[in-house]
Write a protein that binds this ligand. Sequence first.
Ligand code: NAG
Ligand code: NAG
Ligand code: NAG
Length: 342
Amino acid sequence: MDWKSLRLPRYSDYIYTSLSSTSRPTLKTLLLRYKFPAILIATVCLCLLTKLLFYVMMINSPNLGQPVAWEEHCARHRPKNYTLINSLEPTKIFMGILTKDDTVERRSLIRKTYLRNKPPSMTFKFILGRPRKQYRTIVETEQALYDDIVVLDIAENMNYGKTFAYLQWVNEHYVQNTSSPIDYVIKADDDAYIVLERLEEALRVIEPDHAYWGYLVGNTFMGGECYALSTDLVSWIATNPIPSRYRSGHEDSQLQKWFRWGGIDSSVSYHPENCLIYDDPESGTIYSRKFGLTPGGENQTILIHKVRAAERFLEAGRVLLGSQWQEPRLDVMSDIVTPTGL
Ligand SMILES: *[C@@H]1O[C@H](CO)[C@@H](O)[C@H](O)[C@H]1NC(C)=O
Ligand SMILES: *[C@@H]1O[C@H](CO)[C@@H](O)[C@H](O)[C@H]1NC(C)=O
Ligand SMILES: *[C@@H]1O[C@H](CO)[C@@H](O)[C@H](O)[C@H]1NC(C)=O
């Protein structure tokens, strides 16, 4: 065989064949003939896929909108009229702090700081999903010591229905329970230092009628660090099909979507408290501000959010309570038996 006489086909050969050939099409000619339509179809598919992904991201992302400027908010919403506060009954509150199996130190810190000043009209529990195997002993030990933990029958998560499961649980055990009547249910995160007496008073001066209290994000929903719902809203959430169908999503903005999608948003009373809630100045978020800016002094601030390190948590307590602050014992972490490996 004469190898030299063999020539590799060139691209032009294909073009020529594909354009002129009337004989039976080979795979090559077919590919060439349909190359451009194939590219076109692929591009269209890619565009549609991108659009779909974008849509899925959009419905799952919080609707942040324009942040509410806190100075402006303070100018419009402070001071609240607390004149009648002493003639009003203390608000009966159930508060759940959503926390995880492995944050035992934070729970200990919370017990040793702001929970010491829990008003008598408030009931409180830490809310967990099912603890992972390696944390079961410690959660059981904590529960035996403090009896302040509720384990929901769900896998641990934040944005896949934990809030819904929590609200359903409170509805069953407190809201619908005539032997332990309450006015409000609070959902809080464990990275906020909360002054519970101020929180109780803030709720005491508003009507518990479709009330939705908290830090208003972008004129839309209350931020997840700490929000309150009057019991009528909690029982609506627990029984209406909309929240149960759409339980996943950023837990805080998702909750407000339930009101909109369920057609009750116009009857919800929004009570934003943006003047008295802010993020730790060291967190660097758009909701953070320097200490010392709250009108009337930091002794009015209700909570500071995004306090991650234990030392910052103590610092937040010192700033909020001033002369009333009591330094917790330094062996705060050794109060519960810590299994090895933690
Ligand atoms: C606050 O409420 C009391 C009692 O309703 C009323 O007498 C007083 O004028 C109010 N103060 C302000 C600043 O609105
Ligand atoms: C209702 O409240 C009472 C008193 O707090 C409590 O003992 C009981 O277990 C509660 N019922 C439910 C279903 O949680
Ligand atoms: C609250 O703080 C302000 C400013 O720091 C101070 O003037 C005021 O006396 C404080 N009030 C109380 C009740 O501690």
